[in-house]
Design a protein around this ligand. Sequence first.
Ligand SMILES: Nc1ncnc2c1ncn2[C@@H]1O[C@H](COP(=O)(O)OP(=O)(O)OP(=O)(O)O)[C@@H](O)[C@H]1O
Length: 269
Amino acid sequence: MSQKATEPGTAGTEPAVRLDDVAVRFRSRKRDVTALRDIALDVPMGEFVAIVGPSGCGKSTMLKLVAGLLRPSSGTVRLRGDRVGGPRHDIGYVFQRAALLEWRSARRNILLQAEMRRMPAERARRRADELIEMTGLKGFEDALPHELSGGMQQRVALCRALLHEPPVLLMDEPFGALDALTREQLNIEMNRIWRETGTTVLLVTHSIAEAAYLANRVVVMTDRPGTIAEIIDVDLPAERAYAATMERPEFARVTNRVRGLLGAGAAAD
Ligand SMILES: Nc1ncnc2c1ncn2[C@@H]1O[C@H](COP(=O)(O)OP(=O)(O)OP(=O)(O)O)[C@@H](O)[C@H]1O
């Protein structure tokens, strides 16, 4: 499958991700499920988009479409101008569970990405060092996963996803299994990492606060079949001090709007 970057001359104009009139239906002998319907979304390069919505509304399905792990039943999905026709290597993917190899050190788990993509060893080592520094893992490079806290394991997973410098990072509830304080810490780090790497991020989250703190835009989905109820612009600077951001009227406006769309009690916080 084609892995070419955006055509010369169109760079900067093509969105990083484009979903055009996308629907996904799962058919089995027992039931037919329409997971997504009428999905149209453009994500410009470098943007941070959060996707929130009720359980089962198709959020993970949307990320799988972008990664090329799933094909739409109708409509088109484009990544940097290319129609997605199969698994893509120019993305990073972070899941709720870090899914690290227990017998490999943190560093060697991160370098797994390089082995899978046959990255030049020297470049991979240099990038791993930068990411270890950036995510505060310095001093724990040689630790095995069971010697790391949940937050540290998730940092390793993030480094692994970023090692090949993907232009698009897909994150599926990456901080959902962490305690509140660790989650807050990783939110702060995520804001910094996004600014430093310039990568485009699509984040699925059940936390309205996390979505509003991290994103430029929040995509709010309806119950199944998942459609886009509204896309909310977050008018906050890219660099966001945590507590101060939470106190800003714009933060309250966004979180209240999301809550209003999802209905009382529909989301985790
Ligand atoms: N491979 C599959 N085969 C059949 N049905 C599927 C498949 N994958 C997802 N579904 C269905 O599609 C719908 C959307 O699933 P998806 O995992 O995308 O939802 P979600 O919004 O990410 O949910 P959650 O917030 O609970 O993680 C669900 O009803 C799910 O059962």
